[in-house]
Structure formats: structure tokens, C-alpha cells
Design a protein around this ligand. Sequence first.
Ligand code: ADP
Ligand code: MG
Length: 699
Amino acid sequence: MNSNNILDTPVEFLKGVGPQRGELLKKELEISTFEDLLYHYPYRYFDRTQVTKIAQIVPSSEFVQMIGKLVNINEEGEGRKKRLVATLFDGSGSIELVWFQGAQWVRKTLMEQTTYIVFGRVSYFNGVPNIAHPELELLNAETNIAGMQPVYPTTEKLRQKGLSNRSFAKVTQSLFEKVKQHDIPEILPSNILTQYRLCSRYQAIRWIHFPDTDEHMQAARYRLKWEELFASQMMIARIRLQHTIQQGWKFEKVGEYFNGFYNNHLPFQLTNAQKRVLKEIRIDTATGKQMNRLVQGDVGSGKTIVAVMAMLLAMDNGFQACMMAPTEILAQQHFQGIKSLLEPMGIAVALLTGSVKGKERKEILKGLADGSIPVAVGTHALIEDKVQFHNLGMAVIDEQHRFGVGQRARLWEKNAHPPHILVMTATPIPRTLAMTMYGDLDVSVIDELPPGRQEIKTIYRTDIYRAKVMEFVRSEVDKGRQVYIVYPLIEESEKMDYESLIAGYDQVKIWFPEGKYRIAMVHGRQDPEERQRNMARFIGGDANVLVATTVIEVGVNVPNASVMVIESAERFGLSQLHQLRGRVGRGSEQSYCILLAGNKLSEDSKQRMSIMEATANGFVIAEKDLEMRGPGDIYGTRQSGVIKFKLADIVQDSTILEQTRVAAQQLIAEDPGLTLPQHQLLKYTLLKQAHQSEWSKIS
Ligand code: ADP
Ligand code: MG
């Protein structure tokens, strides 16, 4: 814990590293100290007692370990095709070893007629097995060939500098000669260790690098996963605790704005689910504590109106309110919708996005600062430092998963008291993910769709049915409906995607000839103004067909649009497909979602398509998606840094997750400030971790 802790020693001072490799370790793997190296875990192990005879190698062998003599070392080929080839012979047969890179360096290190342990992945070239870039270790009296050999994540550059699997393992081995048991003290309270049968921290770290048996390896992984998940649940428990003591604005009354709207301006009857959530919001905001609530509701469940009424509640109590959306298009649409609801009541609504500039922007900023603008809708432009509110009482964040946790936290800094926070998400979040991402929020669920909605018919067709599909789509347009045709464009910069979008657009024009039909197109390469103009043509009903990329994914609401065609549907994830499908089925007409996919689909893709056909339940879909893809790719959580675990997987390790949640809550209840002596090391470790992550912005 003090500054001359051995764990803070630069990694270059370790035997087998030195300044050059030290520099490279830092650059390639962000390993600069002993401690970093200690936490650089192997991702798999090789049982070193398993030696394969060369003659027994078969195409399915994959990774093999052999012991043999190098009999031939030659450079072959010319120029860029130059490579180093060696032959390994073990009495049963021989195999070729090949190096395409670093041949000169490798050559210097190898000796003919010498026995090596050779390890690598077998590949076949013209039916003959060989091993590219194998790892070699001289076989001599010192060579340890018992136990499990750790395999570390490494990079090509490090390998070229001699830090491949085996030498990497040697480096960690020498690390454990320096780092002793007392350097890795226990941080978990002993009652937790006993209750959950966890091995000690030192034991776990030692075993994860060098397990003697499979059981030790499992015990180590279990303990370390437990610690990871526990740390995140402790952070969450502490933030929750802060919420419960954080003073918030007290909304004493339900007044004219709320009631007037409810009685005279509400265009429909609220569903029971909507009423229930509003009640929860009213209770929260009346306590004098800050509200932090997540409203979870499937696409089309009517979250917007709930948000609007929460904003009216703020105004009834003399406060301003804002709503933040993840994209310009969505902000624009919310602005139009909210304006048309509130302006008849004499409430001014302002739009603040990146593209609002000059004099207009100045006036809005002034109005927000002096309180003359009670309601603002916008993008993250709303939380820029320059934007000051007179008294922001309610901040609604729509489609939260696009916002990082840190951004959410920034809203709090806008005022003496932080505003009440209402987060709305259309993607039902599986329980395990919610526990890690939104564990600090109270959750409301809108589990009911407004009446009169028809189920969306979803069908999956391969490309050969394209003509039939387009004929069907046209017949729907001829009945007066509007249609979305969506193309994948994962990265807006991907050229091929852009080209296929344009090609698609040209094809759509053949099916929907000019004069009779009107087509609009939106994509991320257009400037915002053009994109909005085109979008407006579709929203206003002027265009029959909208050719689009996923920029329309979230929240866009055009009730007359009843058909959604998704091109190359196999390239979308389940949750994304569900989001897109949610754009239709918003009016009273029968709606359709047609998934067009390539003729050759992987098993995974086929499964996704049939899940889409089989269910419209966003929750089921989200669970499946999490199962099939893992949490990182979903909900853009990768960059949020909140659920980045080294070993734990919130799907597979959900049991541990549940345990750690309970344990963390218990511990915080016992010792809220972690002031007891037996919790000091834990506190220190948590603070250190928080400091290195996004959590620091929150607390
Ligand atoms: P989402 O939850 O996806 O944000 P929206 O708030 O955009 O859904 O609502 C979808 C559509 O349903 C909108 O056209 C909205 O006006 C309508 N709507 C919302 N609540 C009700 C209700 N209780 N009855 C009828 N229509 C409703
Ligand atoms: Mg919405």
C-alpha cells in the first residue's frame, strides 16, 4: 500500500524483460508494473505432460506439443515471399515448421541437431501438415515439463521480440520469485470467504497463472470472478446509498399543468401500466430525495407521454425540465411531438442540438439560464458546460443505452440539487445486465401496449424471393401505407455498405417509379439538414418509401408506416432487428416486417431469423441476444466501461452475480462508509479501481 510496494516496480526490471520489451509490453498490452503483469491472466493452459507423436498428427489435431530434433533449417523463397523453414523429426515422423516474419531473428536462435519442445497449431497445406510460427523451447535438464503451461494474450510484435507463450510464462514465473504471499494480501472479509468458499487472493492469483491441477485452476477462476463482480456490485451499492441520502427537489403538488393536460389535452386514455409508472414517479419526487428511475418498456409501449407528464409535474412545482435523445433526428421528432402537445397549453418548448447555431442558440441559452424557457428537448448538446439552467428539476434521458454512465452523471452537476432523473429505454434489459449497468437505478416497467395494436407479422425470406417481396410491398403502398427499407451500415464510414445502399436505392426506384411514387433516403453521410429534410418528407407522409440505414433505428414514430423491409438482415443483431421492427405496428393497420437475407446463412443467423419470426416479446429477444452475443456488443456498453470484466461473464456467471449483489448490499448495510478496520484493504482497492474507471465520474 505504500509507494515502495514491490507491485509498483516497473516490469522492465524483471528477469527476461529489460527496457526494450518493457516498453513494448506497455505499448501493446498496457503492462507497465509487476502488478499489471500479475493481473494479465492466461486465457488458456496447455497440459505439458501431453506430447503428441508426429506420426499421429491428424487434421483435427489443432494445437500439439511435440518433442523432437531440428534437422534442417533453410530460408526459402525470394523478396516478400521469403520464409524460414525447419524440419522437426521425432523418430515417428517429421513435420515442417515455418516462419514468415522475423525469420532472421528466429534463425539466429535455432540450432540444428538439437532437441526442442515444440508447440503450435497444425495447419494443412496441400494435404501436408505444418506449423507456422511455432514456439520452441530447448529441452534440457532444467526444462519443466510437468503441470499446466499458461497461455497469455500477446501480440505479434511481442512475439517477434521473443515474448511468445513459453517465454511469457517464464517471465511470469520469475515474477512469482519476486512477489510473495504478503505482497498480495486478502481484501475480502473473512466471513465472505467462508460463506462462499473462496480461496485466498494470493492462492487464486498464483493458481490462475500456474495451476497444478484443473481443480486449482477452477478454484482460482471462481474466486477472481467473484472478486470482480463483487467490486462492481460494491460500487453500485455505494452509489445507491448516495442516492438515498442525496437531497433532491421536493415536488409538493400536482397542479394545473399536470391536471390540465390530463383532463383536456391527453389524446388518448393512459394504459394501466403508464398510470402505474406515473404514480411511481410522483411518489419518488415527493420524498425530497433525488429520483433515479429507469423506465423500461418495449418499443411502442408509450414511454414518451409518461416522460411528458413527468415534465409537467416539474413545471407544476416551478421547475424546468429537459429531455435528452441520442440522435438529432430523435430529438427533432420529440421536439415536434412535445411542442404540439404543450404549446396549446401556452408552454414554450425549445430545441437544442448541435446544429442549432448563432443567434437562435444564444437566445435559447439565455432562456434556459433565466428560466423563461421551461422545457428543452435536445441531444447531448444539453449537457455541454455552456448550457446553464435556471432551475432544472427533471431530466429525462430517452434510449439510455446510447449514453454512458458518465454522461448521465454530468446532468447532476447542473444545479445546486441534482434534477430528478428519468431514464427511458426501449430495449428490455435482461436482469443480469440491468444489475450491472443500471443497478443504481430504481426500475419501472411498462409491460402493456396501448390498445388496438395489431401483432406485426414477421417473415424471413432469402434473396431469391426479392421480386415477390417487392411486389407485395408495392401493393401495400398502393393501399396508402408507407414503407421503410433498411440497409445495414454498421460503421457509417464503411464504403461497401454505402455503395450497397446506393445500389439498393437505385433498385427501389425501379420498383417504385418516379411520378407514381416518391422515395426519400436518409443515411449517416448526409449532412444533418439534408437528412432531416428527407426524414420530414417521410414523417409528413409526402414520401411513400424511406430508404434508410440504421439511423432510423430508435424511437422514430410514423403510425402510417406499416411495412419494414430489412435488407441483409443476417448482419443485424437480434436486439437491433427488434428495434427496427418496432418502427412499424404503430397504427391500426396490419403491419409487416420482412427480413431479407442472403441465400447462404450460418446456423447462428438462421436461429436469429427464426427467433424474430417466433416472438415479438422484446424481453425474450434481449435474453437470447445476450446469450448469443455476450454483453459487450449489445447496448453499446463496451465503451461505457462499466461491465468490462477480465474473467466474469454476466450471462454465464449469473449465479456469482446474484451472490455478490447480496453480499455487497449486506456489507454496505453493515458498514456504509467502509470504516471498519477489516474493510480498509477492500476500500482501498475499490477506490483505486474506481479511480481507473468511469465510476470516478459518478461518485
Ligand atoms: P415508445 O415507448 O416506443 O417511446 P411512444 O411513446 O413513441 O412509444 O408511443 C408510441 C405511439 O403510441 C405513439 O404514437 C403514442 O402517441 C401512442 N400511445 C402512447 N400511449 C398510448 C395510449 N395509452 N393509447 C393509445 N396510444 C398511445
Ligand atoms: Mg420512444
